[in-house]
Design a protein around this ligand. Structure first.
Ligand SMILES: Cc1cc2nc3c(=O)[nH]c(=O)nc-3n(C[C@H](O)[C@H](O)[C@H](O)COP(=O)(O)O)c2cc1C
Length: 382
């Protein structure tokens, strides 16, 4: 569990983001129309507010172009997404002029706001009050129109993952079990007991069992003849194949989506890179946070492709936390060079695709070399 506070200062934004990510929510796209120009942004900070009169609220960052458009038009639509609309959530969660390309919409009666086809529900609001909160404006909206369709399930959002509610729960269990295995909370060659793990990670034994089956397909755990699972020792071959798989995905994303990387993406990746540097400087006790943030950086880069499935596959190839076992608190900052991440971020900032690909290659080679040294130092397996 993350329980970090910084005395005398506000909470670290990265820690705050991680902690509030534990609040499961639905996903909406807030839309509006200014003189025929359509705007939309993915938003989860949305809530019903009052019954009499019917009111909703939506919190939008002042840096969002949809924010300014809602101010101008005086109306906004809340499109509550259905479980099969994860790609729309990603598309509208990024900046870009082409958001409505090949997206079917109809216009509302009040305010002409675009209503996305296939959404689970639509609510059209007229802007009432607009108090500010930090970087955001809270739009209080008086509901003008509302409709919902039956027979569909909502898209859920939990800890950075979209999906069906059940699937999000399964995924959360999978992530926690994977973390458990890679942190070697059950030592290599000892039995993984689903009921015990479930009690610790607050999931149910069924989800833990399913996660272990998945992890056995990924060669991270081994299932013996009696159906018992044990953590598989990490060998050099296993690690090399995981790193090569991740490099192939990252290089593919850079090759086919480089032009789509927005300034906002770069700003976010730069902030993470800076934080990685700070964590390395802090050294002792920061390895867990460093590994988590490093994984987040790479997941964020791959998410630029806008495919939930690709980002999922990439995450499943992540084995970084196994280093937790092999590196010492005192020494990790020296061994865990992140200069390639810095070079990659620089290349994204200067829009140099060739340099970015080189940095990914160098990063992969470095990780494989470190893996080989650590494994040799641990008698051939970790
Ligand atoms: C799941 C998810 C939830 C989000 N929730 C919000 C939100 O509640 N408010 C907000 O201002 N931005 C939110 N964002 C970020 C915006 O969608 C993002 O900054 C977008 O690029 C803004 O686009 P625009 O400038 O074209 O309006 C969310 C993004 C995602 C992926």
């Amino acid at each position: 569990m993350t329980t970090q506070t910084i005395p005398g200062s506000v909470l670290d934004p990265m820690v705050f983001r991680d902690v509030v990510g534990h609040f499961a929510s639905g996903v909406t796209v807030i839309t509006t129309n200014v003189d025929g120009e359509l705007f939309g942004t993915t938003a989860s900070a949305v809530s019903s507010l009052s019954m009499e009169p019917p009111m909703m609220l939506a919190c939008l960052n002042r840096s969002s172009s949809t924010h300014d458009a809602v101010v101008r038009s005086g109306y906004f639509g809340i499109n509550i997404l259905a479980e099969d609309q994860g790609d729309l959530a990603m598309k509208f969660g990024r900046k870009g002029a082409d958001k409505f390309d090949s997206v079917a919409v109809s216009l509302s009666e009040h305010g002409n706001v675009p209503l996305l086809d296939g959404a689970l529900a639509h609510v059209v609001c007229r802007v009432d009050e607009t108090p500010a909160g930090g970087t955001h404006t809270v739009f209080f909206g008086l509901v003008q129109e509302a409709s919902a369709r039956e027979g569909a399930e909502p898209l859920a959002y939990y800890r950075g993952t979209f999906g069906r509610l059940e699937r999000v729960k399964e995924l959360a269990a999978y992530d926690a079990v994977r973390d458990w295995v890679l942190h070697r909370r059950t030592p290599v060659n000892e039995a993984l007991v689903p009921e015990e793990i479930a009690a610790e990670i607050r999931s149910d034994a069924n989800n833990v069992h399913n996660a272990l089956v998945k992890l056995s397909a990924e060669a991270l755990v081994t299932r013996d003849g009696s159906g018992q699972f044990t953590p598989t020792p990490m060998t050099e071959d296993l690690i090399n194949s995981a790193y090569e798989g991740r490099a192939t995905i990252e290089l593919g994303v850079l090759a086919s989506h480089f032009e789509k990387i927005t300034d906002a993406d770069v700003v976010e990746l730069c902030a993470m890179t800076e934080k990685l540097g700070e964590l390395r400087e802090r050294g002792v006790d920061s390895l867990d946070e460093f590994l988590k943030l490093n994984a987040k950086f790479h997941n964020r880069l791959v998410s630029i492709a806008g495919s939930v499935q690709l980002t999922d596959a990439f995450r499943r190839l992540g084995i970084g936390t196994v280093w937790r076992q092999a590196l010492t608190d005192a020494d990790w900052a020296r061994q865990m060079d992140h200069s390639h991440v810095v070079a990659l971020t620089d290349a994204l900032r200067s829009r140099d695709a060739a340099k970015a690909s080189r940095a990914v290659r160098e990063h992969t080679d470095f990780a494989k070399k470190l893996a080989s040294e650590v494994i040799a130092g641990n008698g051939g397996a970790v």
